[in-house]
Design a protein around this ligand. Sequence first.
Ligand SMILES: [Zn+2]
Length: 327
Amino acid sequence: MRKVYFVLSVDTEEEWDWDGPFPNKVISVENVDHLPAFQGQLNDLGLKTSYFLDYAVMENPHARDLLADLYQSNPGIEYGSHLHPWVTPPIVPVKSEADSHIVNLPIDIVGEQLKSLTSTITELTGRQPTSFRSGRWGINDDILRALADQGYLVDSSIYPFYENDWFSCADYDSWPLAMSYLQTTPELIELPVTAGFNHRPFTRAQRLHKTLEQPAWARFHVIGVLWALMLHRKIYLSPELSTSRDMIALCKEMLQAECPVIHMYLHSSSLLPGSTRYVQSQRDKNRLMKRIESVVDFLRSQCEVEPLAITEAALRLREEGALKDHG
Ligand SMILES: [Zn+2]
């Protein structure tokens, strides 16, 4: 039976209205209280979780104690770093949306913020964090170099098939692609979240998607029509964004493409109903858990699933020669 690694990563951060301003004054991290119960449910499913912690949760004494306990009592989990520049010292005022993306900030500032974040996590666990995800995605060579310099081994800041005004991951397929293309010493491994379409090849599906986004097509809502007909769907492997059915369709494509790793993600704030647009009620939260479970059940029906924390998954993939060499 073929084997697939399963990585579940959780951006662990303050609650905020993603459509509103960036919270650097009133910061609530109440959602962290829900992590032990959440981890308990994941343990029941036999999963290993990688939590990317941001400075806001590390700075709150109560959340910090709780995270220390969680780490002690769950030996399989990993704590990586999640950089929200608007809450991490040295704090830069966020004047526009552009400033919320670390790819737009001076590298000296980003490097300093990364140091603050890294040292607080190292103090908590007694171990250097080795995995990283930027807040709101996006990465560049300078930041990758800073990560490598500061002891990181794995980056997960690329959001496949996504682009905005400041960075583009539009041509980044989550498989097969150079996960180790990053030109840093020591070499960093890129382990993006699983994303794609309900039909392959993804590169062709992405070209179609981009064409349909052009104004001439957008007028006719073709993407919406094809979505309703289930002919063309762009799918992210997150129980916040996608139904079980869509995520399973994506997993099927990934398994058919012989991708050796499936990487699901979510945000800790979704565990506190009402704090994200995805989870407004306890019912939504139950649905979120159900979605995680159905994807895992599906994968287990198809192959041998080995849940791993992100750094271990990345190192194993490299060891097994599953990463494409960079040219
Ligand atoms: Zn975040």
